[in-house]
Design a protein around this ligand. Structure first.
Ligand SMILES: [Ca+2]
Ligand SMILES: [Ca+2]
Length: 351
């Protein structure tokens, strides 16, 4: 696991990739491939409040006063809340689960599921609570409440489906991810946000993504943290690489592309992904880095966009191809290579 060791050394800028052990394919998912899936990052850079640690049970820790994380204002999201907060939009966070009773996410999770593999069998139950922290962090960037405490997300009135397909170490299987995508579509998701990936895809994953897009769901996925610092080389990651998926790279607060942000021709936009403050398990907050953190900035922007009327050429509603193209075309130019950020930094300020 040399790669794991190497990425841990780089935790300050790119949180460690959680490389999963190979898991067996699912029973009911035909042609499931056994390639592992992993978080695009995993370990927080820092907890938000000095002297504190995430709660270990009992009363939630005293909540800090609300701050607006830098990425939220960088993409202009806070400028549209007077008329658009993502109300009525449902985002499925396909990840490690969500802490549904987090004080800054309270009441937002309207449904959830867990898929996990044991041996060759894929199991389903309702234990979708986040035992890792990553999924709760993603959720907070999309839609933490605009209240007195903690942080605030891109589209604060969005509601969530918590789709837990990764375990407490950030591991899962493509079959589980595919089942989670199918479940999200069946249960009313408008947007699916996936801060996960792997260098090899699978037919079952490809089918699930294609079906979701055909059903009119907007699919957003992280580009990956395998970048080599050069935009002219390609680091492929699935599901980001599939047609119609909104693929997201990561930038810092100076609008520079993160050196570890993977590059590829299919990347549509970048989002803020370095030192991102958001909600964390234990009713707490953490700063994390990765294209995992950039992705929910874009998923939240999609939620805002879905509240608007699409251009006439797109028909009566948005689809994932149209959203990909629109976000790229309307991104803020930051001088980044197309292979790193597509059209540039995602712009939430026009919707
Ligand atoms: Ca808040
Ligand atoms: Ca590269």
């Amino acid at each position: 696991m040399g790669n794991r060791k190497k990425t841990r050394v780089l935790t300050l800028f790119v949180a460690a990739a959680m490389i999963a052990p190979a898991l067996a394919a699912a029973s009911f998912a035909a042609a499931a491939h056994d390639l592992p899936v992993h978080l695009v990052d995993g370990v927080p850079d820092a907890y938000a409040k000095p002297g504190g640690k995430p709660g270990g049970g009992g009363d939630p820790p005293e909540q800090p006063a609300q701050v607006t994380p830098w990425g939220i204002s960088q993409i202009g999201a806070d400028g549209v809340w007077g008329h658009n907060t993502g109300s009525g939009i449902v985002v499925a966070v396909v990840d490690t689960g969500i802490q549904g009773d987090h004080p800054d996410l309270e009441g937002k999770v309207i449904g959830g599921v867990r898929f996990y593999t044991r041996g060759i069998w894929l199991h389903e139950d309702s234990k979708w609570a986040d035992d890792h922290g990553h999924g709760t962090h993603v959720a907070g960037t999309i839609a933490a409440l605009n209240n007195e405490i903690g942080v605030v997300g891109v589209a604060p009135d969005v509601e969530f489906l918590a789709v837990k397909v990764l375990d407490k170490s950030g591991s899962g299987s493509w079959a589980g991810v595919a089942a989670g995508i199918d479940w999200a579509v069946e249960n009313g998701a408008d947007v699916i946000s996936m801060s996960l990936g792997g260098s090899g895809g699978s037919s079952v994953l490809a089918t699930a993504v294609a079906n979701a897009i055909s059903a009119g769901v907007i699919v957003v996925a992280a580009a990956g943290n395998s970048g080599d610092g050069s935009s002219s080389t390609t680091e492929t990651s699935y599901p980001a690489a599939y047609n119609g998926v909104v693929a997201v790279g990561a930038t810092d607060s100076n609008n520079n592309v993160a050196s570890w942000s993977s590059s590829a021709s299919y990347i549509d936009v970048c989002g803020p992904g370095v030192s991102v403050l958001s909600t964390y398990k234990g009713s707490w907050y953490a700063t994390m880095s990765g294209t995992s953190m950039a992705t929910p900035h874009v998923a939240g922007t999609v939620a805002l966009l879905l509240g608007t009327t699409p251009p006439e050429a797109y028909g009566s509603s948005w689809d994932s191809y149209e959203v990909s193209a629109f976000l790229s075309t309307n991104a803020v130019s930051i001088g980044a290579a197309t292979n790193s950020c597509g059209g540039g930094l995602v712009d939430a300020g026009d919707y």
